[in-house]
Design a protein around this ligand. Structure first.
Ligand SMILES: Cc1cc2nc3c(=O)[nH]c(=O)nc-3n(C[C@H](O)[C@H](O)[C@H](O)COP(=O)(O)O)c2cc1C
Length: 220
């Protein structure tokens, strides 16, 4: 059994990456082989609307025909047992990189039947971990859940299920005193990092453990 986590943050050691590592540790605690992929290491673009994956009897039907730094990852994801995506919130939604990844990953197997369907025939438990500056209350005020639910629905439609974990009011800067940022109370952020973030890490660990022991794992 193997689980892959995909980091949609440019930072390899900060909030999103830490939570993804925790989720993978959880998966490993249930004997999964795990791997963390940093999307920003890959040289790729989003879907270019070539539609090769939709051509009847085409050689790329159901498969992204673009050939770039994402291609090997898309191929490997075809055989994975659990997938965990992670992204910081940038301007109210996920980062451009993870969005581009999702376009390529999901469009290739989307079918324009009525209602729309997917070519993926097996269930693969998925999860999406989000990190953000705002509090849960402000996230709701600014309609963040609309975007996040859309991701959740897309993943659930393709793979059968998707769990969401949100981590609010993250520590964004190592040293707030060096940054022009009146918006934040550095003490509150640091306190939250000490007290709430470990709880978020625990939730991420449990999420990872749960995903690979889901009854859907391995189901064809
Ligand atoms: C370009 C940019 C835009 C951001 N926009 C938002 C935003 O709209 N809402 C929010 O809550 N946080 C926003 N943030 C903060 C990040 O979401 C937050 O610090 C996150 O935890 C960073 O994840 P990381 O530590 O894994 O890189 C933004 C950060 C950057 C760099």
């Amino acid at each position: 059994m193997n689980a892959i986590a995909i980091n949609g943050s440019p930072r390899k050691k900060w909030n999103t990456a830490i939570l993804l590592e925790q989720a993978l540790d959880g998966a490993a605690s249930n004997r999964a082989k795990t791997e963390l992929i940093h999307l920003y290491d890959l040289d790729f673009k989003g879907c270019t609307s070539c539609f090769a994956c939709k051509m009847k009897d085409g050689k790329s039907y159901g498969k992204c025909a673009m050939n770039d730094g994402l291609t090997p990852l898309l191929e490997r994801l075809a055989g994975v047992d659990a997938i965990i995506l992670g992204s910081p919130i940038y301007f109210g939604t996920v980062t451009g990189e993870i969005r581009s990844f999702m376009e390529r990953f999901l469009f290739q197997s989307s079918v324009y039947t009525n209602p729309p369907s997917t070519l993926i025939s097996r269930k693969i438990p998925t999860a999406f971990i989000y990190t953000m500056n705002v509090s849960e209350e402000i996230a709701r005020q600014y309609q963040y859940p609309l975007h996040l639910d859309m991701n959740n629905n897309c993943l659930a439609r393709h793979f059968g299920s998707c769990e969401t974990l949100c981590c609010y009011e993250t520590l964004q800067f190592e040293d707030y005193s060096k940054v022009a940022s009146e918006y934040f109370d550095p003490k509150q952020r640091e306190e939250r990092r000490r007290t709430i973030f470990p709880e978020d890490c625990r939730k991420a660990f449990e999420l990872g453990a749960r995903l690979v022991s889901s009854p859907d794992t391995h189901k064809i």
